[in-house]
Design a protein around this ligand. Structure first.
Ligand SMILES: Nc1nc2c(c(=O)[nH]1)N[C@H]1C(S)=C(S)[C@@H](COP(=O)(O)O)O[C@H]1N2
Ligand SMILES: [Mo]
Length: 401
């Protein structure tokens, strides 16, 4: 068995143990809030899950147990390398050791005491259930928790830094600040695309003459400029002060597209598309804003595979999903093109107006979207790390720190 498959087994054990701990936390939470299944009242519940008592523990005590079980789930995931806690590895290892000992002792003691009670002919259902289910489950948990051992893939953004936070200065409605610029995507399993040796940008659609320009040539056709702007993802995270370099889209349109392509005078929309096939519909009015860039550098370095090599459509006033990475193609449209994201893509997606979704009101999505941020960012980061990206530069762009 190779080292990496051992790591995989350690992670799977961690996942299984965490699920069991979470299920146990869930049922304690249910009891703490008044649920009485599998009994019908305090006494009958106590006789099934506590032992020979007539009253069930107080809601507060049950809630504490639920929290402890949930904490155990988090701990075992950290030990398994699935998530990262802001604690030294050694502390996580020691705490997991204590947890293993605790559940093992509970399981072994349970087996012995319940076996004795059953042998003496007890009428309390708890002891039989404990013998065949609760105690074996504890022993299984001890084994799984012990086996949960995995290394975090190095260099990841710590979990705790992926929660959007309230910021001292004002942010657009519904946004929270991140101090790191994570990789992100609607599908975080998608890897960064392979960038061709000589990347090009194609302009096509409702134009008299389609055009293909070398990305490296853009700076000769249109003056280069720099732009410092905040970046807003629809899932409510904002990163401040990203320093882009590139050419203004409006100038590219004026100096290159209008004279060379002669777009239809009735053209009102663009479809911008990346090398990974991801695309966005952009209203021409938004594209022609003075802060929209075709950017090739971020934070003083060429764009890497993480943030959009070789070229990125940067439209700071619109949500991230209009800021297409790995830009390779711009289509000009007369009629509104159909979105590949359906109603999830607002036609304008203006951040200031909180146009998150075409139909669902923005406030209703804030918390749902926000809850997905850490996991999405971690997965997106991981798929960039495992992908064989062949951008001109590798590794992370320097971001905004
Ligand atoms: N080509 C391409 N562009 C894309 C995406 C993508 O998956 N592919 N994801 C979008 C989304 S939802 C966001 S929030 C940003 C994330 O940019 P980042 O990875 O640089 O943080 O890119 C946008 N542009
Ligand atoms: Mo996004």
């Amino acid at each position: 068995m190779s080292a990496s498959s051992i790591g995989g087994a350690g992670r799977s054990a961690a996942g299984a143990a965490a699920l069991l701990f979470l299920a146990a936390a869930g049922i304690h939470l249910y009891w703490a809030t008044g649920g009485r299944w599998p009994g019908t009242d305090d006494a009958s519940l106590a006789r099934r899950v506590v032992g020979d008592t007539t009253s069930f523990p107080s809601p507060a005590a049950t809630a504490v147990v639920a929290c402890a079980l949930a904490a155990a789930a988090v701990l075992v995931l950290a030990r398994g390398g699935v998530l990262r806690l802001p604690l030294p590895r050694r502390a996580v290892a020691i705490a997991t050791g204590v947890l293993v000992a605790a559940v093992a002792v509970r399981g072994l003691l349970g087996v012995v005491t319940s076996a004795v009670a059953v042998a003496r002919g007890t009428q309390v259902p708890y002891f039989r259930l404990d013998l065949i289910a609760y105690s074996p489950l504890c022993l299984l948990l001890a084994v799984l928790t012990k086996a949960a051992r995995g290394k975090q893939p190095g260099g990841g953004i710590p979990w705790t830094q992926l929660w959007p936070r309230r910021s001292g200065t004002s942010l657009p409605p519904g946004q929270g600040e991140l101090r790191v610029f994570p990789r992100f995507s609607d599908d975080p399993r998608r890897r960064p695309p392979v960038v061709p040796e000589r990347p090009t940008l194609t302009v096509t659609g409702a134009v008299r003459r389609p055009l293909v320009v070398d990305v490296d040539e853009l700076g000769d056709l249109v003056p280069q400029t720099t732009l410092t702007a905040d970046f807003h993802c629809v899932t409510t995270w904002t990163v401040r002060d990203l320093a882009w370099r590139g050419v203004r889209f409006a100038e590219f349109w004026e100096r290159v597209v209008l004279p060379r392509c002669e777009p239809d005078p009735d053209a009102r929309y663009l479809v911008v598309r990346g090398l990974d096939g991801v695309q966005a519909v952009v209203d021409l009015r938004d594209a022609l804003e003075s802060d929209v860039l075709l950017a090739d550098r971020l934070g003083g370095a060429p764009l890497g595979p993480v943030h959009g090599a070789p070229l990125r459509f940067v439209a700071p006033r619109q949500y991230g999903y209009k800021n297409i990475k790995h830009l390779e193609r711009i289509e000009v449209w007369r009629e509104a093109p159909r979105s590949t994201f359906g109603a999830k893509e607002h036609p304008r997606a203006r951040v200031a107006l909180e146009e998150r979704h075409a139909t669902v009101p923005a406030w209703a999505l804030r918390w749902l979207y926000r809850s997905l941020v850490p996991v999405t960012a971690r997965l997106a980061e991981r798929s960039a790390a495992t992908g064989k990206a062949t951008g001109k530069t590798t590794g992370k762009a320097t971001g905004n720190e």
